[in-house]
Design a protein around this ligand. Structure first.
Ligand SMILES: [Zn+2]
Length: 331
């Protein structure tokens, strides 16, 4: 059956809450003996710096390791036989790498925050790199002559071959832009050997506003001691659809997300051997995060065994979803 196997790149899990992080660590632990397919964990910088339990959780999770040899992230994983006995069979995976993810909006007063984040990355012995979606974060790290891995997030402007060729030597990897359709993404990948990540699950930001909606309502908590600095509210439109809004008062910006998540589970077979597949968790509870990880692991097994998703792959645990711009770009 080896002729039906294919080489996969693995899953990247992005978390912004403690509960999501715990679920990801639990998932890695549960499949460790069989080698979990999570090859990269992106930890929100605000979460890492704002919650003292996080460092301990990651350390505990990592110390459970590792009879399995770590082969270094970025190496391919092989599924030698189709997995027909359920999930967690026959994966050969590297240990995950841990990356600190910088905020979507940074301003001059965030210099102190960047210093704190940079220090945390340097001394933590957890993180092997940093991900940024903006020039401000990148500029700071280049100023510090940062030698770790640097990743560009999906909102860093890498829409065309010119932009990719400008930045290809700066970054160790990048996430494909959400605005390009699949054919355009593939063309972009041909222009650079950068290891690419592709978001296959997550809420797409519809609007990022660099003002503080909480301040407008007289509730900004930026300088309030011992108060949670970010929260999710829900906006309901006239059709009754609910849109999550992330209010971030550590940096005072807001992100309005789509009412349903992007899910490309039916497209996994086309991407699983080309890019690391990102699950971007935003508003999910710990249980929803776990269900999502299990669901996509199953899809990955199906893709590895047959090269495409079969009809019995199961229903997604999140109900309604969108395929974003996968088939129709924005231009
Ligand atoms: Zn604020």
């Amino acid at each position: 059956m080896r002729d039906k196997s294919c080489t996969l790149t693995g899953i990247s899990a992005a978390v912004r809450t403690y509960e999501q992080l715990v679920s990801v660590i639990d998932h890695i632990g549960r499949y460790r003996e069989k080698n979990a397919p999570v090859v990269r964990v992106l930890v929100d910088g605000d979460l890492y710096l704002g919650d003292s339990r996080v460092r301990e959780q990651i350390r505990n999770g990592r110390s459970c390791d590792s009879k399995q040899a770590a082969e270094g992230v970025g190496g391919a994983l092989t599924m030698p036989e189709p997995a027909t006995e359920g999930v967690g069979e026959a994966l050969t995976m590297p240990e995950p790498e841990w990356i600190l993810s910088l905020p979507a909006v940074l301003r001059a007063p965030d210099h102190e925050y960047l210093e704190e984040a940079f220090r945390a990355v340097q001394v933590s012995e957890i993180f092997s790199g940093v991900m940024t979606g903006n020039l401000e974060g990148l500029g700071y790290l280049l100023e510090q002559d940062y030698r770790g891995k640097l990743y560009a997030d999906s909102n860093f402007y890498l829409w065309n071959s010119g932009a990719v060729s400008l930045w290809k030597d700066t970054f160790s990897g990048a996430c494909l832009p959400l605005e390009l359709k699949s054919g355009e993404q593939r063309e972009l990948m041909k222009t650079s050997p950068l290891p690419w990540e592709k978001m296959i699950y997550g809420r797409i930001p519809m609007m990022v506003t660099a003002n503080c909606a909480a301040k407008t309502m007289g509730n900004c908590v930026k300088y309030a001691p011992d108060v949670k600095k970010s929260d999710v509210l829900w906006l309901r439109d006239r059709l009754g659809k609910s849109f999550p809004v992330l209010l971030n008062c550590r940096h005072c910006f807001n992100i309005v997300y789509n009412s349903v998540p992007l899910s490309l589970h039916r497209e996994i077979g086309k991407w699983a051997d080309r890019a690391i597949l990102r699950l971007q968790f935003t508003v999910e509870s710990g249980e929803e995060t776990a269900a999502c990880l299990d669901f996509f692991l199953k899809q990955l097994h199906n893709a590895a065994s047959s090269g495409r998703i079969s009809e019995d792959s199961g229903k997604p645990p999140f109900g309604e979803y969108t395929t974003g711009h996968e088939k129709r770009g924005v231009l």
